[in-house]
Design a protein around this ligand. Structure first.
Ligand SMILES: [Zn+2]
Length: 199
């Protein structure tokens, strides 16, 4: 049976390391995949050209806070500072205004359980809050998307039948960059396709 569901890749914690980012961008380009990148403001400040490359390669750049704190535990003032500063640096580095926020650790970002301060600030900054559907756990040792992770990913994919578009969470890191080509092949086997455009 062919899957009719689509996949959106999202990569958190970029744009650094720049080497990993550039490998990821090349692999996506080869496979004609458009993805989302939830970046950290402090890394955009240190490496604006890497942030810019996300946009010039046709991907969406979005807000993942300035310094990766737990926003569900932060005061409204702190949440505002983290998100607003990041909006500004993304705009400065890329010319793009981010429209989505993914809170670090997903904290306070699950639908129907949005953290109230995060919700308020997101509205103020015209950001919608987004977590993910499929966790690759690529950040867990051994890092990357090796065979030990694939089993858990496949279980999540077959367990989630309600959504037609599934957002798959990964991170900008060298091990994930290395495994990405193979991971794309594995996803294509059961017939998943990749969303062509992302709002
Ligand atoms: Zn993160």
């Amino acid at each position: 049976m062919t899957e009719r569901r689509k996949i959106i890749f999202s990569f958190d914690d970029g744009p650094n390391p720049a080497g990993a980012l550039s490998t990821i961008l090349n692999t996506l380009q080869k496979n004609l995949i458009t993805a989302e990148f939830y970046v950290l403001g402090n890394e955009v400040e240190r490496n604006p050209s890497a942030a810019k490359s996300i946009v010039t390669k046709g991907h969406k750049i979005q807000n993942h806070s300035w310094s990766h704190p737990d926003l569900a535990k932060a005061s409204e003032a702190k949440v505002y500072l983290e998100l607003e500063k990041t909006q500004k640096i993304i705009k400065k580095a890329t010319g793009v205004t981010a429209t989505k926020v993914r809170p670090p650790y997903g904290a306070g970002g699950w639908p129907k359980k949005h953290d109230p301060e995060l919700g308020k600030v997101a509205r103020k900054l015209s950001l919608s809050i987004h977590n993910w559907d499929i966790d690759t756990e690529d950040w867990k040792a051994p890092r990357g998307i090796g065979p030990n992770k694939i089993k858990y990913i496949k279980k999540q994919l077959s367990g989630n039948k309600t959504k037609t578009v599934l957002n798959v969470l990964m991170h900008v890191q060298s091990e994930t960059a290395k495994d990405l080509s193979e991971f794309i092949k594995i996803l294509k086997e059961p017939g998943f396709s990749f969303a062509k455009s992302i709002s």
